[in-house]
Every structure is written in structure tokens, then in C-alpha cells.
Design a protein around this ligand. Structure first.
Ligand SMILES: C[S@@+](CC[C@H](N)C(=O)[O-])C[C@H]1O[C@@H](n2cnc3c(N)ncnc32)[C@H](O)[C@@H]1O
Length: 243
């Protein structure tokens, strides 16, 4: 089972007719898995418009362009479930954001807050020391295409939930889960490729390292072609119930 299906499963959507939101939905990979449980409506919220066309035209999906740093455009206690994957590292104040999620969830409603912990990125490569150096650089660098990032966010989720309670938006922690899916592909649609591109970008300021990183990247292609490639990253999910 992949990460998006796991998150949908953790959201406990068996009861029919639920109102759900996915925050920072991207192309809608989690939205697609949520729909398999037949909720009444999935609000797909993101500040970019990248939702896949079939989801945009699905009447069970309400797509909205929203800056999550400016709150959620939803009434109090209007949602049964909220999911979020790999979004909070980009937000200015993740604790304030959880306060907003608390506001829009009905009492007893669930938030599945999930994040990859990029510092745990594992690549098969022919140069382990260079891989380690590039991962370290990657998690210490904010890519130019985002406002902010935190390569250690996965491990921080339990503390984030706790901090939300400290600011008057308490959640009960029902479950803390983690997993690392095996990824064998290295093509431009793969998770491994996207992370490796981030690593190349992080190395671009140091010419000698950038040259070695390009060779490393090409090596990943060759390993994948030879069926020797593996990428994993630890994903963490906390299942929180609005108190
Ligand atoms: C790494 S992507 C994850 C996408 C999706 N959740 C997934 O796992 O496939 C992060 C998403 O958060 C969105 N995002 C980042 N900052 C945001 C903000 N301030 N408001 C709304 N969306 C934001 C981005 O546009 C992007 O779609």
C-alpha cells in the first residue's frame, strides 16, 4: 500500500457521507484515495492549481485556491476529516495552522497529519559518502521554488500536535505511525527523482560538488536501468482527534 492509500485508511472513512478536506492537495493523489471511501465531499485546497483534470471535474471534489497561511475558508465545525501530507513544512506558522484545522473540524473529527522526514532519505548509489553529504545539504537548504522547508518535519509532528494544545487548540493523539515505502523507479514522475533534483539544486552553489552530484544523479539512472535501485524515506503520520 502506498503513502496516499495509507493516509486515507488512517482517516477512518468507512462511515458514509463524510465531509473531508485535503490540505496542500497538489495533483490530488491523496484526494483520489479518499474518494475510494465515498465521502460526501472532499475539499481539495492548495495555493497552486495542479489538481488532475478528472478530479477537477469530479462533483464529489470542491477544488479551491487557498493560501493556508491565511486560514481556512470553511465554517467552524464543518468537517469530519482532514488530511495533510508534506504541506506543513512550507507554512509560516504550522501551530497556528493546526489551530485553524481544529476550528473547522467538528468535535471528535480526525486530522491525519503526515510528513516525510527528508533527512531519512535512502538512495542506493555507488558513492555512499557523497549521498550522505548531499542529503545533509538538501535538508539544510530551502529550495528556491518554495518559501520555506524543514527536512526534519516528520519527526516533529507529535511535538507540533502538543504545541497546538498549548495554544488553545487541543487534539487527542490517537496514533503515531511511520513507514518507508520502497521506490524502485528513477524517472521524472518518481518520488526519488524529485528528491534527487532537490539535492542537485542544493549542491548547485559549490561548482566541484555540483559536478560530482551530476555524476551521482546519472549513476542513479544507470542503477535503475539495471534494476539495482532503491529509494526510501520515512513517512510519519499522527492521527489526531479534535478534543
Ligand atoms: C510537497 S507538495 C505535497 C502535495 C500533496 N499533498 C502530495 O503529497 O502529493 C506540497 C503542497 O503544498 C502546497 N502549499 C505549500 N504552501 C502552501 C500554502 N501556503 N497554501 C496552500 N498550499 C500550499 C504546494 O502548492 C504543494 O501542492
Amino acid at each position: 500500500m502506498g503513502r496516499h492509500a495509507r493516509i486515507a485508511q488512517l482517516a477512518r472513512l468507512e462511515e458514509p457521507g463524510l465531509q473531508v478536506a485535503d490540505l496542500g492537495c497538489g495533483t490530488g493523489r491523496t484526494v483520489r484515495q479518499l474518494l475510494a471511501y465515498e465521502p460526501a465531499l472532499v475539499h481539495a485546497l492548495d495555493h497552486a492549481s495542479n489538481l488532475d483534470d478528472d478530479l477537477l471535474h469530479d462533483r464529489r471534489v470542491s477544488s479551491r485556491i487557498v493560501d493556508l497561511d491565511h486560514g481556512l475558508p470553511l465554517p467552524d465545525a464543518s468537517l469530519d476529516r482532514v488530511t495533510s501530507l508534506n504541506t506543513v513544512e512550507h507554512l509560516a506558522d504550522p501551530v497556528a495552522h493546526l489551530g485553524e484545522v481544529h476550528r473547522v473540524l467538528r468535535p471528535g473529527g480526525l486530522l491525519v497529519l503526515a510528513h516525510s522526514d527528508w533527512d531519512t532519505s535512502l538512495f542506493t548509489s555507488t558513492d555512499d559518502a557523497l549521498t550522505r553529504r548531499l542529503v545533509d545539504l538538501f535538508v539544510a537548504t530551502v529550495p528556491t521554488w518554495v518559501d520555506r522547508a524543514d527536512g526534519f518535519m516528520g519527526r516533529k509532528l507529535p511535538a507540533l500536535a502538543d504545541a497546538s494544545g498549548g495554544r488553545g487548540a487541543p487534539f487527542d493523539v490517537l496514533r503515531v505511525d511511520s513507514w518507508a515505502d520502497p521506490h524502485r523507479r528513477f524517472d521524472d514522475g518518481s518520488v526519488a527523482y524529485k528528491v534527487a533534483v532537490g539535492m542537485l539544486a542544493a549542491a548547485s552553489g559549490e561548482p566541484e560538488l555540483a559536478r560530482r552530484a551530476t555524476g551521482w544523479f546519472d549513476g542513479l539512472h544507470r542503477l535503475a536501468e539495471a534494476d539495482q535501485f532503491l529509494f526510501t524515506v520515512t513517512d510519519v503520520a499522527v492521527v489526531l482527534r479534535r478534543a
